[in-house]
Every structure is written in structure tokens, then in C-alpha cells.
Design a protein around this ligand. Structure first.
Ligand SMILES: *Cc1c(COP(=O)(O)O)cnc(C)c1O
Length: 428
């Protein structure tokens, strides 16, 4: 039976995991080891030259972390994946092989607040630049691309929720410009959407969220589709030209569809060092085993609660893309037919003050800067995650002062609604 033919629920348990060759252990062991013994000097030399694949040192590769990468690659339908220390690390790792000083990335205005900050300020220190565009304005996306553009970046279901990117349309623009489309698929998860099917070249994840699913791990991953021809436009020398640190090896020529993943390990992790630890990878592997079941409950709860909130006296609107009132409903049904996720914002008639009281009055919902946990979470983006943004950026990102973000968990929907109801009454 080919692994590619297996269904999602089977892959989320078996992909990347073989019985441990040393002991037969059924669960993927936590290889809590920094270094791995070479058979002899020739073996060591072959590993260092990338002539043989194996384990040297856990900053580069580790069997537990590798099993997680394989599992995520298979769930996304990619050729390979590299895990790293956080979702933000994954975003830098995705850009690193593509960019050089003077190059730019065209980015959606609707992004996780931390990503807006990373792209606005921090990447400039590398001499990289980001151009923010409304991704519903396809002409503006095309116009933003210039000869220095090396990637396009967006989220499937954009944090803080409710906005769905037209991935096929954006992928067509990226293709025509011969640059890769990078999609942050954190809030949709591979269960609800596989961006590669819609033309994404690279998919990034914050494993911190739904994939681990219980708020215990900080991790990230970059999945490569393996389908982009890095040499076609001559724009990606790191992947096509001789690499001085490996005796002139050319990644695309040597590794074909695995070029990006090998580069990410052999150069990215080696020199940037944003490595995931084996203990964290173990928790995430266990989390992924129940991903489909959790997402079904997350979606069912979000559908029920968003519809109920929409009819609530204290509420002016709800942004969930699964609702008939959402302008993104049709897009969500096409890209995420199993549901539009479980993250959305609710706008309160009482404005900023009401939002603060509402958040303070909730009991079951935890007030935290996180999402995608089994437990329900709440945050007021304007005063927290999106605080660093200008007012204009806040509104573009869906984080207006009257908006509260809910990450609906997998508890009983009725209990969550009772908690929301008492807090809305207290707030209005
Ligand atoms: C949390 C998050 C990130 C950043 O991930 P970390 O693991 O916190 O670094 C990126 N994108 C989205 C959509 C997120 O929700």
C-alpha cells in the first residue's frame, strides 16, 4: 500500500512513523541526543558532504523531529518539510533561501499581527523588504510585483479570522511572475485545506496552534511542494548556483524536488539554528494523531456559536467565513469544504470599552495571546497582538477597536455560549 493513497485520518497517525529500528518501540521515541555516532571516518565524510543522508548533530537533523517533518509533508501533500523552533522561525526559514539584500516579498495586509511586525520592521535588518497589499485587489497584487520580488506571502484563513484568501487567483499571479507563493496555513490546518492543491509552492505552519492542539509547544514547519523550477527565471541562486560551503554543490541539480528542504536543513538550520527540539516534536506528533477529530469539533462549535452570536443583542457583527453573512463564504466552501476553521472576531455594539469588559468577564474562555488550543481562548487584538500596528493597519488586518477575537475550543458548545452570554450582559 503506497503511503500517498492513505486517507487523512490514517496518515495523521502513521505518516513518518516506523517502528523504532533499534527497539521496536511503536510510538516515535524522543531521541534526546545532541550527536549521533559515525560508523567510521568515511561515513562521517559522506554525511558532511551531503553524499549520504543521516544524522550528525541535532541542530540539523534529529529522528524525532524528522518523523514530524515527514508527517506534516504528507498531510500537506508536499515533497518535504523542515521543522523549526516557532511559526515565526518557519517564516524566516521559508524566505531565507529565496531572498538577498535588495529583494522584496509581496505580502497580504490580512496577517497575524506578529507577522505584520516581522515583515514591516525586522526583515529590513537583512536588507529585505515587504510590500503590503490588499489581496482582494488582484491588480494591486500584480502591480506590487517588480524585478526584485522573490516571493508572495499570505494566510489561507487570515488571523484574526473571517478572511479567506483566493489562493488560486494569487497562485496564478505568482506563477506568471515566476515567483513562489508561500501560504501560512496555521489557522486552516492541513485537515481543512491543502494550499499546495491550489498552487502554493511553500506552506508554513505555526505548530504551536492546532497541530499540537493543547498549548504546550512552540514550533513551526515549512513544507515544500517540490514543484517549483528554481532555475527557470534565474532568480534563486542559493538553490541553483554552486554552494561554496559544500564544495560547489548545486541544490536543485543534486536533490531535484527535495532541493528546498535540503537547503533549509544543510544551510538554513545549520547557520540560522532555529531548530525544533525533540521533546516538542514528540508532543506535536501526538497532537497530530487526533487533528481531524479535533478540527471537526472545533468547526461544529464555531458554526453553532458564530450563528448564535450573530443574533445576540450586544453584537453588531461576526466575521466567521462559514456564516451566510460573510462575503468570504463561497471562497471558504471551495478552499475549506470541511469548514471555515474556528477563529473569528465579534464586533460589540459597545465598542472598545465593552470589549475590555467582555474579555474581563469571561470565565471558561482564557484571556491569552494564543489560538488553536483545545480550550476556548479570547483576546482583544487592538489592545494586545495588533497593538504595535497603526490604526489603518489594525483595520486592514481585521483588528478594529470594537473587535474581539475568539478561538473556539472543543468543549460543549452550550457551556461556551452560556459563558459568552453572561459576559456580553456584563459588558453592555
Ligand atoms: C501564531 C501564528 C504565527 C507565529 O507562530 P509562533 O509559533 O507563535 O511563532 C504565524 N502565523 C499565524 C497565522 C499564527 O497564528
Amino acid at each position: 500500500m503506497s503511503e500517498q493513497d492513505l486517507g487523512f485520518d490514517t496518515k495523521q497517525i502513521h505518516a513518518g512513523a516506523v517502528a523504532d529500528p533499534a527497539t521496536g518501540a511503536r510510538q516515535v521515541p524522543i531521541y534526546q541526543s545532541t550527536a549521533f555516532v559515525f560508523r567510521d571516518a568515511d561515513h562521517a565524510a559522506a554525511l558532511f558532504n551531503l553524499q549520504e543522508v543521516g544524522y550528525i548533530y541535532s541542530r540539523l537533523t534529529n529522528p524525532t523531529v524528522g518523523a514530524l517533518g515527514d508527517r506534516i509533508a504528507q498531510l500537506e501533500g508536499g515533497a518535504g518539510a523542515v521543522c523549526c523552533s516557532s511559526g515565526h522561525a518557519a517564516q524566516l526559514m521559508a524566505l531565507f533561501p529565496l531572498m538577498e539584500p535588495g529583494r522584496n516579498v509581496v505580502v497580504s495586509t490580512r496577517l497575524y499581527g506578529g507577522s505584520v511586525t516581522q515583515f514591516t520592521h525586522t526583515i529590513k535588518r537583512f536588507g529585505w523588504d515587504a510590500t503590503f497589499v490588499d489581496f482582494d485587489d488582484l491588480d494591486a497584487v500584480k502591480a506590487a510585483i517588480n524585478e526584485d520580488t522573490r516571493a508572495i506571502f499570505c494566510e489561507t484563513i487570515a488571523n484574526p479570522g473571517g478572511y479567506v484568501t483566493d489562493l488560486e487567483a494569487i497562485a496564478a499571479i505568482a506563477n506568471a511572475a515566476q515567483v513562489p507563493l508561500i501560504v501560512d496555513n496555521t489557522t486552516a490546518t492541513p485537515y481543512l485545506c491543502n494550499p499546495i492543491q491550489y498552487g502554493a509552492t511553500l506552506v508554513t505552519h505555526s505548530l504551536t496552534k492546532y497541530l499540537t492542539g493543547n498549548g504546550t509547544v512552540t514550533g513551526g514547519a515549512v513544507v515544500d511542494s517540490g514543484t517549483f523550477d528554481w532555475s527557470a527565471a534565474g532568480k534563486f541562486p542559493s538553490l541553483t548556483e554552486p554552494e561554496p560551503a559544500y564544495h560547489g554543490l548545486k541544490f536543485q541539480e543534486t536533490f531535484g524536488p527535495a532541493a528546498f528542504t535540503f537547503h533549509s536543513i544543510a544551510v538554513g538550520l545549520r547557520d540560522l539554528g532555529m531548530t525544533m527540539n525533540p521533546q516538542g516534536a514528540h508532543y506535536t506528533l501526538m497532537g497530530i494523531e487526533s487533528l481531524s477529530l479535533r478540527m471537526q469539533k472545533h468547526v461544529a462549535n464555531a458554526e453553532k456559536i458564530s450563528a448564535w452570536l450573530e443574533g445576540h443583542d450586544a453584537v453588531s457583527s461576526v466575521t466567521y467565513a462559514g456564516l451566510d453573512s460573510s462575503p468570504y463564504k463561497a471562497r471558504a466552501q471551495k478552499l475549506c469544504p470541511k469548514g471555515a476553521g474556528a477563529l473569528f472576531t465579534v464586533q460589540l455594539k459597545g465598542g472598545y470599552e465593552s470589549c475590555v469588559k467582555f474579555v474581563n468577564s469571561l470565565e471558561l474562555f482564557s484571556h491569552v495571546a494564543n489560538l488553536g488550543d483545545a480550550r476556548s481562548l479570547v483576546i482583544h487584538p487592538a489592545s494586545t497582538t495588533h497593538r504595535q500596528l497603526t490604526d489603518e493597519q489594525k483595520i486592514a488586518a481585521g483588528a478594529a477597536p470594537d473587535s474581539v477575537r475568539l478561538s473556539i475550543g472543543i468543549e460543549e458548545a452550550d457551556d461556551l455560549m452560556a459563558d459568552l452570554d453572561q459576559a456580553l450582559k456584563a459588558a453592555s
